[in-house]
Design a protein around this ligand. Structure first.
Ligand SMILES: Nc1ncnc2c1ncn2[C@@H]1O[C@H](COP(=O)(O)OP(=O)(O)OP(=O)(O)O)[C@@H](O)[C@H]1O
Length: 720
């Protein structure tokens, strides 16, 4: 079981003078207290068109009527919850805090419980400029509190000050570059984003665990500040919010020019986990024809739109992957396979396309719960943006979080521990290598986990850790999935000769491959950045279209340098475990090469020259040498870890790209035949159709069918 991204839509009231789009309707919850199963249609503005008689079976969502006079062009976008102002026409200016409260009580509050159990939760507001994202997250002064203020109050209500601690960090992504908002503007400097898969939420040392931004993302220089009360929070937040980049556009006099990420860290006494709540107010996508932007705004706008496009691509890739998994699981089920063993090849998710998507990688398809609030503007001029936003949100519905160990119940309240939570950076670079099989897929076909209908019901618990079990699961390539689906189609009609054998059979996946580190620039991929060649993997086609070697043997020197055993190399059939070992070795070689390069160029970061000198100043030559070595080890360790992390990332990306390449090439030849096959009626079932067409036609079709069965069989044998 895994949790899907929870999607909420919120339509803001019209602003003074705004021409409303009466083709947009919201089917909303009655009120936060009401039974979530009872929905009503918000018929403001104006009565509902005749074609919408009852909405109880539609569930909360947004209706877009392509043409309000037409009854046939209605599109319903379902969401987990949907909100619109109660009486927007009669009271447009006085804000809409009632729906913020409803949204908070119904959709955000259950997540607070999860944070208190040590989970990582991300809430983000998405939408076109001026759709009310900042209003929803931050509110509009003391009268109109936003989700952030409500969350903080709730946290302090639940955590007795003696039993836990809250800290916060706050950053903005301006022109896709992260900056700390909690440091004075004079000290503002670019933050570094590192990826790590081991930062985790648990720690083995005694005392409170270190704070880190995410489970797979780490910002070493991001400052964190203790928050003792809601008042402390308000003062810190107000200062920081003033540092956020905003500017006036024709559509919004106080438009956010950056994505803002507020993180609340909750450390409970006696708990070795830190609950994290990321609250994001994204900058809005902009149509520059409407914003009247000057060159500076245009630059910001282009960075904003670019990062939001990257976000859309991540959502699309995850969505496609979810579909692939669902299809493969269905095919396996129909073929009588155990659903759990199907692990189809999935698309590479382009998290690294922007800083925003990197920061959101935990939330989207990662080990974190996510709530997406889609803010919508009712103005006529926003119709296409509204449709785009609800389309984006509908896609995101399918995305599921990676499985995690279940969050432990909040520990019993106890006295505040003596040790202070570190207020600034923490380092955690112990990065286990991410296998190329980074499939975040789960074996479930259900896409949506129902959220509790009232706040006292528990939030769906996170599923048990299956990362190792998913790794242990056998992988299935598209070819195999395709074969399975064909097999299942035929199972339902007539199983042709030999098709039975196409069913998945449990086999340990092995792969013919070797990883050979070579001097920089030779055989390098990724634009020459990584000096490593992957011998044995399918190579990209050479310029002449010829496929490069698949099973090339490394030279004896290479083998020696890899430390590979003769028996392994001789057979050249490797298990995942062996591959990982090889990769680790190759990574180490590459890290050392880069370190040497830096050292030669005099770029090695030496933190403390004085310490180096004082250590070296004492003792004899040998001691001096030793002291120098010690120092160098100390001062370069951080750098080495960073480089290692980078190299591992690159290798991981390359592996995935290689695999995709391999699949698409393997699939290419088969694809045409498959397409042809789909157009051909299954022969045995449709003989009568063909009978009238004459014996020749039947023979031809049979021949084709046999050819394609042979092809599938041959491919299956070759691959498995
Ligand atoms: N639900 C609401 N009730 C009343 N006023 C609202 C509501 N939502 C937004 N507004 C008003 O609409 C205007 C634009 O809202 P806001 O600044 O929150 O938009 P935004 O989506 O954050 O825009 P941008 O992406 O440009 O920063 C503001 O004046 C805000 O007060």
């Amino acid at each position: 079981m895994s949790a899907a991204v929870h999607i909420v839509a919120r339509l803001r009231p019209p602003l003074p003078g705004e021409v409303c789009d009466d083709g947009v309707r919201v089917i909303s919850h009655c009120s936060p207290a009401a039974d979530a199963d009872t929905h009503k249609e918000n018929t403001d503005p104006g009565p509902a068109p005749n074609n919408i008689k009852t909405t109880t079976n539609l569930g909360p969502g947004i209706l877009v009527l392509k043409d309000s006079s037409s009854s046939s062009l209605t599109q319903h976008y379902p969401f987990h919850s949907a909100y619109s102002p109660e009486k927007w026409l009669s009271n447009p200016i006085n804000g809409d805090s009632a729906s913020t409260r409803s949204l908070f009580a119904h959709d955000v509050l259950p997540l607070v419980d999860q944070v208190l159990s040590g989970a990582t939760v991300t809430v983000f507001a998405y939408g076109v400029t001026s759709s009310g994202k900042t209003y929803t997250m931050q509110g509009n002064g003391d009268e109109d509190q936003g989700v952030i203020g409500m969350v903080v109050e709730e946290l302090f209500k639940r955590i007795d000050s003696s039993a836990g601690m809250v800290s916060m960090s706050y950053l903005e992504l301006y022109l896709d570059t992260p900056y700390d908002l909690l440091v004075p503007p004079t000290q503002r400097r670019r933050l570094q984003i590192l990826s790590t898969s081991s930062a985790g939420t648990t720690s083995s040392h005694s005392g409170p665990p270190p704070l880190s931004f995410g489970t797979s993302i780490h910002l070493p220089n991001l400052s964190t500040h203790p928050v003792e009360s809601p008042d402390t929070f308000r003062s810190l937040y107000a200062d920081a919010a003033r540092h956020r980049s905003t500017g006036a556009t024709l559509l919004n006099s106080n438009s956010s020019r950056s994505h803002a990420v507020l993180t609340l860290y909750v450390t409970l006494a006696n708990s070795r986990s830190v609950g994290k709540l990321h609250l994001l107010d994204l900058a809005g996508s902009e149509n520059n024809n409407l914003t009247g932007n000057n060159p500076e705004r245009m630059k910001e706008s282009s960075a904003i739109n670019k990062s939001l496009t990257a976000l859309g691509q991540v959502v699309n890739a995850l969505n496609d992957n979810a579909r692939t998994v669902a299809r493969a699981a269905k095919a396996a089920k129909l073929a009588g396979e155990d659903e759990a063993v199907v692990d189809p090849k999935v698309k590479l998710v382009p998290y690294r396309a922007s800083s925003l998507t990197r920061l959101l990688s935990d939330a989207l398809g990662g080990p974190s719960l996510a709530l997406l609030i889609v803010c919508l503007a009712p103005g006529m001029k926003f119709r296409s943006d509204l449709v785009r936003s609800v389309g984006f949100a509908s896609q995101a519905r399918r995305i599921e979080s990676k499985t995690l160990p279940p969050a432990p119940p909040p520990p019993p309240l106890q006295a505040r521990p003596d040790t202070n939570v570190p207020t600034s950076k923490t380092f955690n670079f112990a990065v286990p290598f991410r296998s190329s099989s980074t499939s975040s897929t789960s074996n479930t076909t259900s896409n949506i986990v129902n959220f509790p209908s009232s706040t006292n019901k528990p939030f769906p618990s996170l599923p048990t850790n299956s990362s190792s079990s998913s790794r242990a699961r056998r992988r299935t390539s598209p070819v195999r999935s395709r074969a399975l689906s064909i097999a299942s189609r035929d199972t339902r009609k007539h199983k042709p000769h030999g098709m039975n054998n196409i069913k998945a059979t449990p086999k340990k996946r092995t792969r013919r491959v070797s990883f050979i580190p070579v001097p920089h620039g030779q055989g390098s991929q990724s634009g020459g950045r990584l000096s490593m060649i992957f011998e044995g993997l399918p190579r990209p086609r050479a310029s002449g279209g010829e496929r490069l070697g698949r099973l090339s043997m490394p030279s004896p020197q290479h083998r020696t340098s890899l430390g590979g055993t003769e028996s392994t190399d001789a057979g050249f059939v490797m298990t995942e475990e062996e591959i990982r070992e090889r990769i680790s070795k190759a990574v180490e070689v590459e890290v050392e090469r880069r370190m040497t390069e830096l050292r030669e160029q005099g770029l090695l970061i030496v933190k403390d020259e004085e310490a180096k000198e004082s250590k070296g100043a004492e003792g004899g030559e040998a001691e001096q040498e030793e002291a120098k070595e010690d120092f160098e080890n100390e001062s370069t360790e951080e750098l080495r870890e960073e480089i290692r992390e980078e190299v591992e990332q690159e290798v991981s990306m390359m592996m995935q790209e290689e695999e995709l390449e391999q699949d698409s090439e393997d699939f290419e030849d088969l694809e045409d035949d498959m397409l042809v096959r789909e157009e051909i009626p299954v022969v045995d079932d449709s003989f009568s159709d063909f009978a009238n067409g004459g014996k020749k036609l039947i023979e031809r079709e049979e021949k084709k069918k046999k050819k394609e069965v042979d092809l599938v069989m041959a491919t299956s044998v070759r691959l498995f």
